[in-house]
Design a protein around this ligand. Structure first.
Ligand code: 5GP
Ligand code: MG
Ligand code: MG
Length: 179
């Protein structure tokens, strides 16, 4: 698996440090409140697990699975809900936890959905952002790292369901896509 990686972009240590910083900011933002923290599966599962441990206010959490990619490396623009939330969001302070924002299509769809369900507030924390890929006007409220317009894997992010368990984020060797 490690042999398929061309270059490590963000190390395990850098991720840990950044996640801690985000947790500190979110703990301040949500002081005195009880946010509903929503993990967007599957990519955000590791970020979610690490992030919530650094948040010091009481939270509830829920999971949602959406798909917009299949096994390709660019967004299809079609967002499919594979697993919906278990709890109602009406009147809740909702924090969406995303792994990475590229076109922004997935998130804009989710935000609209949560607003339609009358969430009290909707904020987004993403660990990675590729602003160059954006096709809709959308910005996260909290961002870990800005990445170049390359397809990355690791720390929850996959290529055809592989590489999610790498503890760092890296770029695959070109031959992996073409075989
Ligand atoms: P968007 O809808 O913003 O184009 O893409 C959102 C989703 O596509 C992300 O949550 C992630 O699951 C996937 N995605 C976007 N860029 C990458 C990438 O560089 N690597 C991987 N593995 N997934 C990506
Ligand atoms: Mg995602
Ligand atoms: Mg994927």
């Amino acid at each position: 698996m490690q042999n398929d990686i061309l270059e490590v972009l963000i190390s395990e240590e850098d991720i840990r440090e950044k996640v801690g910083e985000l947790g500190t900011k979110l703990s301040a933002e949500y002081a005195g409140r009880n946010p509903l923290v929503i993990c967007v599966l599957k990519g955000a599962f590791i970020f979610m697990a690490d992030l919530v441990k650094t948040i010091t206010v009481p939270i509830e959490l829920d999971f949602m699975a959406v798909s917009s990619y299949g096994a390709a490396t660019k967004s299809t623009g079609i967002v499919k809900i594979i697993k919906d939330l278990d709890v109602p969001v009406e009147g809740r302070d909702v924090l969406i936890v995303e792994d990475i924002i590229d076109s922004g299509l997935t998130l804009s769809y989710l935000i609209e959905m949560l607003n339609n369900r009358n969430a009290k507030s909707t904020r987004v924390v993403t660990l990675f952002d590729k602003p160059v890929g954006r096709t809709v006007d959308l910005q996260a409220d909290y961002t870990g790292f800005i990445l170049p317009d390359a397809f990355v894997v690791g720390y929850g992010l996959d290529f055809a369901e592989k590489y999610r368990n790498l503890p760092y984020v890296g770029v695959l060797k070109p031959e992996i896509y073409t075989t």
